[in-house]
Each structure stands twice: as structure tokens, then as C-alpha cells.
Design a protein around this ligand. Structure first.
Ligand code: MG
Length: 462
């Protein structure tokens, strides 16, 4: 009898491990306009994010983690497809993002993470901000997600006329919260409008609740949840429980609520004993929206913010948690949101056509099998132009420009500006003159990359 018990225990251990290797669950928590310096584990002095700090402590905290573009729509397209948005028409110089009157969206020809994971029977949910096309043919349910619930674009859209424009309210206090009626944004459930205006004071909590419900409902099969918070994009809203709770004004209250939600998700995974077989990723779509002053975030020591191809626009927090899969530690290697697709597919045993991808499989770094990231380059596109490239520690800027509305004006450089990002993360010291051979290499490298980009229909200008 005792032998049988030992045998049964061993078998269950083997089965559990086989299941773990076969189909891990993935939860991506994607914030809007949260900057590199906005979390306590990335050095913020007055914002408290204990749950994200715990994720970083137990998992991997990446310090060189990038997005595919420095604004919402193209950045989201990059994360979900593993491809630079300039390749699928999701980037434009005329209209930087999709608007409620746009007719375009993520083309059907693109394959999202959700569509790949469905090959292995994953349950898939998109919860939160979509911003890849609000017309029925572009919604998440047409792009591989079983279900969708959220605001289909930015939370400042559909602003009511006659109300003060938030953009002119730089004089408002750091604790100001508008009324929900000022922003007449809808909530879409699958493809039906279920609320308008969305009650944004409870939106962060409700996105978290829906994520937890989905995990409960699908705990017996592999799942992928794409939880894209609308906040801390302006206008900022917090629930009664969190409003006024932080030293950093309403921006800090919003982060406290997002952080609390992350903690509830981790607790749920542990209660359901799924933590050994799940990876939770936390990141942001672009840098802080600096013109909004105290209502915008912080890029910490990085230069500029949202909209810019300086580091503050495109380098973001990147935290991976998964106690059964992810080896803990801080990573200074290069990574990007575009790497999530090939990484998840690799861990789930799904083949990806790497020829069409701009993403790299980071699974060996996550699991601790390798110290070196397969990614050694970052391409900084803004509005259909290649502004800069990074290879290893070196970054060359061909065009520089600050955040929208503030910061340095657009300037094309005959001799690119050159920065060594490990020695000089704030991009203060242009050392192009001292390293002409590095500049030449990066120029050639950029030209090669430009030639790989073919013209496509622009979805943002439709
Ligand atoms: Mg954004």
C-alpha cells in the first residue's frame, strides 16, 4: 500500500511537470503611458507598488526593455503581432493613432499572439483598451480572442464639447479628477456596446475582476489574458478606495490601484495552484505623456517621453513573474514587447515563422538556460521614419525630436548623434566624433533594415 502511495505521488509529480512543460498560462498586464521611472522597483521615490516590487523580486526585472513605437496604436500592434508596426500599416505621420472616426484597424492578414496560442487550445481574453480598430471587423474577437470587455480606444477620446479641455488644464492640481461624463467613451463586450459613458472611476478594478473571473473559469485549460489597462493615460480616475491614497497625487493613486489589482491576480494564481505553470508579464505601451505635468508619469533618468525616440519614449518597465518557470534576477539584456509572441509560442511548443518576425524568443533567458538575450538591436521608428537604431550599447540618432508639444524640435542629422547607452543612459553626451567607425557601422545597419520594410496600406489614414 505504501509503495502504491509513493508510486501515485511520483506519477502525479511527473504528470504535473509534463503539463507544465506542455502549456503554460500567460497573463500580460499592459499599462498605458506608464514611464520607466514610475514604479518603486524602478526607483520612484514617492509611488508605492509593493505587488509589482514582489513580482520583480521573485521574477525577472528587465532594465533594457522596449516597445515597438512610442505611441498607443502602433505599440499595441507590435506587442500582439511581434512585428514592427511600419510593416502592417499601423503607424502614420498624419494620424499617430486610431480615433473614434477612423475606418482602419489591425489587418486580418496579421496573426496575433492569441491566434497562435489557439493552435494549442488556449482560452483567450482581451480585457481593457484595444486601440487596434473599434469597428466590428477589427475587434479582439476577430483577432483570436474568445472574448473582449473594455474601452476600445483611449480614455480621453469622445470628450464632450462644452467641457474644459483636459489638454489646457496644466494648471489643474495634481489630485484633480474629472467627472466621468466629460469623456463619453463606451465599454464594448465582445462586439456590443454595454455602457456609455464608461464609469472610469471603477474601470481599473473591473478590468482586474474580469481577469480573475476568466482565470477561475478557465483554470483547467491553458489560458492567455491580455489585460490592457486604460490608465495611467489621462484623464486619471481612481476608485473611492484609492483616491487620495498616495503621496504622488492622483497619478500615484492610479498606480496604487493597478498594483493592488496585480497583487489580486498573483493571489488568485496561487490559490488555484497555477503559479508554477503561469507567466505574468507587466509592462507599458510607451513612455510618460510629459506635457500633462503632474498628471503624466516619469521616465526616471531617461530622456524625453511619449512620442519621442529618445529612451524615455520607448524604454519601459518589463517584469516577468512565474515561480515555476522564470529564474529570478535583474536582466540588463535587450528585450522588447515584440518578443512576447515568439517567447510564448516557444514555451507553448508552437512554431512561428521567424522570417516575418521582429520579435525574438527570450525563453532561454527567462528560464535561466542562457544569460544572453538573442536580441542585440532596437529600431526606433516614429511616424514611418527610422529615427534611430541601437546595437548592443550603441545608439545612433538620424533624426531627433522631443515629446509632442514640448521638448526639442525635429532635427535631421547629417552626422548621426551617437550615445553609449550603458555609460550614458540619459543620452547626454554625443560621442559621434570620437567613434566614426561605430557611426558608419550603424548607418549601414540602418540602411539594411530600411530595405527590409515594404510599402503597405496605411490603416491609420483610412
Ligand atoms: Mg500609450
Amino acid at each position: 500500500m505504501r509503495y502504491f502511495a509513493i508510486f501515485a505521488a511520483l506519477m502525479s509529480l511527473i504528470l504535473t511537470n509534463t503539463a507544465a512543460a506542455a502549456a503554460p498560462n500567460f497573463v500580460v498586464v499592459f499599462c498605458d503611458d506608464l514611464g520607466y521611472g514610475d514604479l518603486s522597483c524602478y526607483g520612484h521615490p514617492s509611488i508605492e507598488t509593493p505587488n509589482l516590487d514582489r513580482m520583480a523580486e521573485e521574477g525577472q526585472r528587465w532594465t533594457n526593455f522596449y516597445v515597438g513605437a512610442s505611441v498607443c496604436t502602433p505599440s499595441r500592434a507590435a506587442l500582439l503581432t511581434g512585428r514592427l508596426p511600419v510593416r502592417n500599416g499601423m503607424m502614420s505621420a498624419k494620424r499617430r493613432v486610431l480615433f473614434p472616426n477612423s475606418n482602419g484597424g489591425l489587418p486580418e492578414s496579421e496573426t496575433t499572439i492569441a491566434e497562435y496560442l489557439r493552435q494549442k487550445n488556449y482560452a483567450t481574453a482581451a480585457i481593457g483598451k484595444w486601440h487596434l480598430g473599434h469597428l466590428p471587423e477589427f475587434l479582439p474577437t476577430r483577432h483570436g480572442f474568445d472574448t473582449y470587455w473594455g474601452i476600445p480606444y483611449s480614455n480621453d477620446m469622445d470628450a464632450l464639447k462644452g467641457h474644459p479641455n483636459y489638454r489646457q488644464q496644466s494648471h489643474v492640481s495634481a489630485t484633480y479628477m474629472p467627472s466621468i461624463e466629460q469623456y463619453n467613451v463606451p465599454i464594448i463586450h465582445d462586439d456590443e456596446e454595454v455602457e456609455r459613458p464608461a464609469d472610469q472611476t471603477t474601470i481599473t478594478r473591473r478590468y482586474t475582476d474580469r481577469t480573475i473571473d476568466f482565470i477561475h473559469e478557465h483554470q483547467k485549460q491553458p489560458f492567455f489574458v491580455y489585460l490592457a489597462h486604460n490608465l495611467p493615460h489621462i484623464p486619471l480616475f481612481a476608485s473611492e478606495e484609492f483616491y487620495g491614497s498616495s503621496a504622488r497625487g492622483i497619478y500615484g493613486d492610479v498606480l496604487a490601484e493597478i498594483d493592488h489589482g496585480v497583487g489580486r491576480i498573483l493571489d488568485t494564481l496561487e490559490e488555484l495552484k497555477l503559479e508554477q505553470n503561469t507567466i505574468v508579464v507587466f509592462t507599458s505601451d510607451n513612455g510618460p505623456w510629459l506635457p500633462f505635468q503632474a498628471h503624466g508619469g516619469s521616465a526616471g533618468l531617461l530622456r524625453e517621453g511619449k512620442g519621442s525616440t529618445f529612451e524615455g519614449g520607448m524604454r519601459v518597465p518589463g517584469i516577468f513573474w512565474g515561480p515555476g518557470i522564470v529564474e529570478s534576477g535583474t536582466k540588463h539584456e535587450l528585450g522588447a514587447t515584440m518578443d512576447l509572441l515568439p517567447t510564448f509560442c516557444s514555451l507553448a511548443g508552437i512554431d512561428v515563422d521567424s522570417g516575418s518576425m521582429d520579435g525574438y524568443d527570450l525563453s532561454s533567458v527567462l528560464t535561466g538556460k542562457s544569460k544572453e538575450s538573442p536580441r542585440d538591436r532596437i529600431f526606433y521608428w516614429r511616424e514611418e521614419k527610422l529615427y534611430a537604431v541601437r546595437q548592443g550599447p550603441w545608439k545612433a540618432h538620424f533624426i531627433t525630436e522631443g515629446c509632442y508639444g514640448i521638448g526639442p524640435k525635429r532635427e535631421e542629422h547629417e552626422t548621426p548623434e551617437l550615445y553609449h547607452l550603458e555609460h550614458d543612459p540619459s543620452e547626454k553626451y554625443n560621442i559621434a566624433e570620437r567613434h566614426p567607425e561605430v557611426v558608419d557601422d550603424l548607418l549601414r545597419f540602418a540602411e539594411e533594415h530600411r530595405r527590409s520594410v515594404k510599402p503597405v496600406t496605411n490603416q491609420l489614414e483610412r
